[in-house]
Design a protein around this ligand. Sequence first.
Ligand code: HEM
Length: 280
Amino acid sequence: MAKSALLKSSLGKKYWMALTGLFLCLFLVGHLLGNLQLLSGSKDAALHFNQYALFMTSNPAVKILSYLTYFSILFHAVDGIVLTVQNRKARPKGYVKNNPSANTIWASRNMAVLGTLILVFIVTHMVNFWAKMHFDEKMPLQTVTINAGGTDMEFYLTTNGDYLPKSRVDQNVIEIKNRTEFYDAAAGVKINEGYKDLYKITVAFFKNPDYGLIASILYALAMVVLGFHLYHGFGSAFQSMGVNSPKHSPFIRNFGKAFSIVVPLLFAIIPLYIHFILKV
Ligand code: HEM
């Protein structure tokens, strides 16, 4: 391939890497704001989180954004691998003997390794939460226990604000169909809908007596990796997209540095808070 064509194609790839990377940064902000509800400590934290999860999985506009997110993750990863291989091939002989650390920071030289670790994190993370939310037939529905006249009674919370006694489901008076829908068993008509208890799944994961501690620590470490990846990636994305003016670049660089510290730090606090502090 001619050098100019190679340059052209790798510039194009860098542009798309930048665009998908910045879109994923927006996803991170949205995801963080949703997950910060896990820190609220309020007595309605579970309901609010589950209402948010229902909205995120059922609203058509959010669904489109979710598909864009999956596509961006895959595209960003594949494009990144192709670019890394292309750059290695295009490197002048003896380059490795130069002293790359003299002019590039550690994160910029290791973007592919950092990115691969993040991809491994995202895949395991999605298996643990997203797959359960979307496909697990045993995903629990949210219940609440109320003490009435000295006896504890368990109720399903429904999306229209009703409390449906669990005993009526246990006695087969009410049937659960399609994972969340309550049906009158005799009449066969839908009477209500419950919330998938994503809050319970998330808290149980980080509080698990066997692997909760290690999972929380690994999550926090993954956020350190994410921080390094963003530290270089954020500013570099704007450069790849041609935003390179003396007026804007210092602001973008500083904003990127702040972003790469604050966002992963807040993410890291969530599993550690759930494991060590949250009372259930
Ligand atoms: C450390 C704190 C985090 C917690 C507690 C958390 C929790 C969750 C939960 C509960 C879900 C399932 C939601 C659903 O399917 O509706 C989810 C989905 C997801 N998470 Fe996270 N997450 C965290 C960090 C991250 C990070 C840092 C990334 C990316 C680097 C990430 C990427 C994703 C993706 C791509 C999905 C699927 C989203 C979708 O379907 O639209 N998460 N997360």
